[in-house]
Design a protein. Structure first.
Length: 298
């Protein structure tokens, strides 16, 4: 590891990695590959740069939750477990490949070639466990899934309810806030830094169930519960439960798909397709209507 990087803060390392990776933008990818035996320490487009740095930031937040704050404390096992968690979520082969490549570039850029080399050597072991690339599917019977998950651990059922009733990504579950007076659900700092606000004035009964589930989760976390461990156990439980019930498992995201599909139908029947397109797009935290229709399978 280059001198001076040993005790670097994890979040400082993101700036270092960003500067290194961005050096390749404008360079000939072919020329760099030729000069480096078929590899490049850089990225060569802004879209790849933004995606890779987003993954690196997600990893930094993830290891911080494990109590790791310095670059010299990082191990290959941290990278492996981060990727394995994504595999367990049912992410596609393509997504796992991108995540693995992003971490490899990140570690190389901050002087941890030891971890970068191990990721390169074990590249196939990650994506071959992943789901075939394709669209995430909702569960055929999400309520049966929730009931069975609750039997295994009441918190598993609570997390599933939050995802199913709000369309929350698994990473956003612990950010959910419920305002019974205003009849809203607020999710701050969702994907892309967006804040989500959902109006529950037309589904108060579900709002009360979300509130109960959120309160249970907060009580667990406030009493020293480990979110990372719970999230990992939950993800594994969803996969196992899906197998037990004969459901197609494509990740915990399936509950978000169920929310989108059912909500789209509900909004369309009440207010028409144009309103449903716009409202669901907002509720899911997207900018493009096409993404909401993708989730809703419409």
């Amino acid at each position: 590891m280059p001198r001076g990087l040993e005790k670097m803060n994890i979040f400082r390392s993101l700036k270092v990695a960003g500067k290194v990776l961005k050096m390749g933008i404008g360079m000939s990818k072919r020329a760099v590959y030729k000069a480096n035996d078929g590899t490049s320490p850089f990225v060569h487009s802004y879209s790849t740069y933004n995606r890779y740095m987003g993954i690196a930031k997600e990893f930094a937040n993830w290891v911080r939750e494990q109590g790791i704050n310095r670059v010299d404390k990082l191990t290959y096992e941290h990278a492996r477990d981060f990727l394995q968690e994504k595999v367990n979520q049912g992410l596609s082969e393509k997504t796992i490949k991108v995540n693995t490549s992003a971490l490899e570039k990140y570690f190389s850029a901050i002087g941890r070639s030891d971890i970068a080399n191990q990721l390169r050597e074990n590249f196939n072991s990650f994506w071959t466990q992943a789901a075939p690339s394709g669209q995430t599917l909702g569960f055929a019977n999400p309520n049966a899934m929730i009931e069975k998950l609750s039997e295994k651990n009441t918190l598993f059922g609570d997390i599933a309810k939050i995802q199913y009733y709000t369309g929350a990504r698994i990473g956003d579950v612990k950010k959910v806030e419920v305002n019974l007076e205003a009849k809203t659900v607020e999710i701050s700092g969702s994907k892309g830094g967006r804040d989500r606000s959902l109006d529950f004035s037309d589904r108060v009964e579900k709002l009360e169930q979300v509130k109960e589930a959120v309160d249970n989760l907060k009580e667990y976390l406030n009493n020293g519960g480990n979110w990372s461990e719970l999230r990992k156990e939950y993800t594994e439980a969803v996969r196992d439960t899906a197998n037990q019930l004969g459901e197609t498992y494509t990740g915990t995201h399936a509950f978000r798909v169920n929310y989108a599909s059912e909500r789209y139908t509900e909004l369309t029947e009440k207010y028409g397709q144009e309103y449903a397109d716009k409202e669901l797009t907002k509720e899911l935290g997207h900018n493009r209507i096409s993404m909401s229709r993708y989730y809703a399978n419409k």
